[in-house]
Write a protein that binds this ligand. Structure first.
Ligand SMILES: Nc1ncnc2c1ncn2[C@@H]1O[C@H](COP(=O)(O)OP(=O)(O)O)[C@@H](O)[C@H]1O
Ligand SMILES: O=C(O)C1=C[C@@H](OP(=O)(O)O)[C@@H](O)[C@H](O)C1
Length: 295
């Protein structure tokens, strides 16, 4: 089946899914094949899902209940998100959005919101690698094959996605390290989610490290282990993340909103800031050098 047709089937399925599980629904031929993304099965393709199966919350106020993370603080915030998306949609002109950032930075969470408000299709590159390889988790791919094998497939997935339009892609945290991946992501707009390491380590300690093989070290204290490894990765990858077209800093958003720390921010706050930054860069570019096609 043609790649485009298979992807089109998938996008309908993934555009409305969310959740934290990393397993994808597999179908068709499961043979691992580094260097290719096989979305459609031999029998005509299957509707594949990205991670998890929870529906994305609709664009309305989600009541904050004790301890629960809410997507929006208020109806006003949800409307602001929608309005901003309408403005940016025109300016994006179909260009894809790639979310980059460290593990746990919220690429999937924010990516699903952006896809929903823009009417784009959402993809998670880790899930697509799992589907292409025919294994249920990135952790298993690392274990049975290797990180290099995973990276080869990650590059293939990004290459294939780069020929598409109107996608929001949540990339894996390490996708930035291969220069070739930037040649794919630069066909769209890349957004780096910059989250303080402390907040990242807290999030990861909360959900566990089993699905993130680079952080999965036996330790009595998951926060400390995650913080140490994330610090190292952040140091190694700093320059690579700086390639992104747009940087969304949670510390900056929190400061603007008068919050003491980033844990007060909802994913919607972050999505709004991302849209604002996209709008700024697109406007800057069209003033400086003409039509958006040249960005
Ligand atoms: N703004 C946020 N505030 C608090 N927790 C968040 C926020 N964004 C994401 N999370 C949580 O952090 C964890 C990692 O988020 P996720 O979107 O999967 O990150 P990534 O895709 O970058 O690895 C998830 O448990 C998610 O619910
Ligand atoms: O930072 C990394 O090298 C990785 C990040 C993971 O994705 P998330 O950023 O979605 O956790 C996944 O691709 C793999 O475990 C490697």
């Amino acid at each position: 089946m043609a790649m485009e047709a298979g992807l089109a089937m998938q996008t309908r399925a993934v555009g409305v899914v969310g959740g934290g599980s990393r397993s994808g629904a597999l179908g068709g031929d499961r043979r691992a094949r580094a260097g290719s993304l096989r979305i459609g099965g031999p029998a005509g393709g299957v509707a594949l899902r990205a991670r998890g199966a929870m529906p994305v919350a609709p664009l309305c106020c989600v009541k904050t209940s004790r301890g629960q993370q809410s997507l929006h603080n208020s109806v006003d915030e949800a409307l602001l998100l929608k309005r901003k998306a309408e403005q940016v949609l025109f300016e994006l002109n179909g260009r894809c959005i790639y979310l980059v950032g460290m593990m746990g930075s919220g690429k999937s969470t924010v990516g699903k919101i952006l896809a929903e408000v823009l009417g784009y299709s959402y993809f998670d590159s880790d899930s697509l690698v799992e589907q292409a390889v025919g294994m249920p988790s990135v952790a298993q791919i690392f274990k049975v094959h290797s990180e290099a094998f995973f990276r080869d497939n990650e590059s293939s997935v990004l290459r294939d996605l780069s020929s598409m339009q109107r996608l929001v892609v949540a990339t894996g945290g390490g996708a930035v390290i291969r220069p070739v991946n930037w040649s794919y992501m630069k066909k769209g707009l890349s957004i780096m989610l910059d989250v303080p390491l402390d907040a990242l380590a807290k999030r990861i300690a909360q959900v566990g490290t089993a699905s993130r093989p680079l952080l999965d070290q036996p330790s009595a204290d998951p926060y400390t282990a995650a913080f140490a490894k994330l610090s190292l990765l952040a140091e190694q990858r700093g320059d690579a993340y700086a390639n992104a077209d747009v940087r969304v800093s949670l510390e900056e958003i929190a400061a603007k909103q008068g919050h003491g720390d980033v844990s007060q921010l909802t994913p919607t706050d972050i999505a709004i800031e991302a849209l604002q930054k996209i709008q700024n860069i697109v406007n800057e570019h069209s003033v400086a050098s003409g039509p958006f096609e040249d960005l």
